[in-house]
Structure formats: structure tokens, C-alpha cells
Design a binder for this molecule. Structure first.
Ligand SMILES: Cc1cc2nc3c(=O)[nH]c(=O)nc-3n(C[C@H](O)[C@H](O)[C@H](O)COP(=O)(O)O)c2cc1C
Length: 189
């Protein structure tokens, strides 16, 4: 079982990444092969809406997004990890999500599987936010769910923590890293 972690935070080793590492450790503990892509470290430009993909099913922009496409095809489980930035996923991750428009075209216009081989894929959403208010993750969740729907990935769960702001603050949230480890184990069962 192949597990891909897409890390959206520009703060390497920050709160969401620490949770992601634990999820991956849990998945590995159950025999999975894991790979993390730090999206903010890559050169991924936004979708230009050139409509090239509507004719070909492929994106014309030649940048690091090809690594993400390749990994999405490879993965059986996809973990999207992003802190909240202005109530959504980070702009770096959003650029990568928007570049999945060619996969939207494949699925809805070309009637092809968005990812090949087509297989039962499951996804997990990890996020943290500095604020402590109800429904904090609703807007980001909508975006991640939209991505998963387009890519035929079942939304299998989420790990969301409010009130987590300073780098490393997640380590002070009782049980958070343990929950993440267990979520990783469960994801690949
Ligand atoms: C540009 C920016 C925007 C942010 N917007 C929000 C927000 O809308 N809501 C919130 O709760 N926290 C917000 N935060 C706080 C981060 O979500 C928080 O610091 C988080 O712990 C960072 O996680 P990381 O260490 O994984 O990068 C924002 C931080 C930055 C830098």
C-alpha cells in the first residue's frame, strides 16, 4: 500500500508536518510504503486557465507539478496536510490543487479515470489553526473534499486542531501525535 503525504506548510517541520510524520509512521508500522512531498518547496505555478487540458487532458505547464501528478497516480492513500492560511489551505498547496484541473477534465469531459490505474483510494485531511472558534476548518475542508471528489478519493477522515499557532505547539496538545499515529495505522488497514 502506497501512502502519499502532501504537505502544504511553508514552515518545514511545523505543526502540520509533525502530525503528518506521525501519520506516516503509523502507516509504515502497518507495512505501507510512504512518501512525503513538501509542496511549498517546489516550483508550482497556478493554473492559467489556458484550456490546453480541455483538448489533451494534460497540463501544458512544465514545472514541479509533474512530481505531484506522478505521486498521485502511485498512491493508494493520500494525506493532505495544511495549516489554515486565511481560513483555507496554504496558497502553495492551493496552486497544486488548482493544477488538478486537467484531472477534472479527464474525469468529467473525457470520461476517463482521473488517476491511473483506477483503484480504491482513500484520503485524510490534516489541519491546524491558531484560532479557537467553531467551524474553523469548514472552508478548507470544502476545498479538500472537492479535490478528493474529483480524484475519486474517498474522504476517510480528518485530524483538525484549533488553538495551535507557535511552531511546535502541536507537541503540547495532549494526545495529538498519538491520534495522528493511530490515524495512519487505520488509514492503511
Ligand atoms: C499567512 C497566515 C495566515 C493564517 N491564517 C489563519 C487563519 O485564517 N486561521 C487560523 O486559525 N490560523 C491562521 N494562521 C495560523 C496558522 O494556521 C498556525 O500558525 C499554524 O500552527 C501553522 O502551522 P504550521 O506550523 O504547520 O505551518 C495563519 C498563519 C499565517 C502565516
Amino acid at each position: 500500500m502506497n501512502v502519499l503525504g502532501l504537505s502544504g506548510s511553508p514552515r518545514l517541520g511545523g505543526n502540520t508536518e509533525q502530525l503528518l510524520y506521525e501519520v506516516m509512521r503509523g502507516a509504515k508500522n502497518r507495512g505501507a510504503e510512504t512518501r512525503i512531498i513538501e509542496v511549498a518547496e517546489l516550483d508550482i505555478s497556478g493554473c492559467t486557465h489556458c484550456d490546453y487540458c480541455r483538448r489533451t487532458g494534460e497540463c501544458k505547464i512544465n514545472d514541479d507539478m509533474r512530481l505531484v501528478y506522478e505521486a498521485l497516480h502511485w498512491a493508494d492513500r493520500i494525506v493532505v496536510a495544511s495549516p489554515l492560511h486565511f481560513m483555507s489551505v496554504t496558497s502553495q498547496l492551493k496552486a497544486a490543487i488548482d493544477r488538478c484541473q486537467c484531472l477534472w477534465v479527464k474525469k468529467y469531459e473525457m470520461k476517463l479515470p482521473p488517476l491511473e490505474p483506477a483503484k480504491p483510494r482513500k484520503g485524510l485531511f490534516i489541519s491546524v489553526g491558531g484560532r479557537r472558534v467553531p467551524n474553523l476548518f469548514d472552508p478548507a475542508r470544502v476545498t479538500v473534499k472537492a479535490l478528493f471528489t474529483v480524484l475519486d478519493i474517498e474522504y476517510a477522515g480528518e485530524l483538525l486542531f484549533t488553538g495551535v499557532d507557535e511552531a511546535g505547539a502541536i507537541t503540547s496538545v495532549t494526545g495529538a501525535l498519538k491520534q495522528a499515529f493511530e490515524a495512519g495505522e487505520k488509514l492503511v488497514e
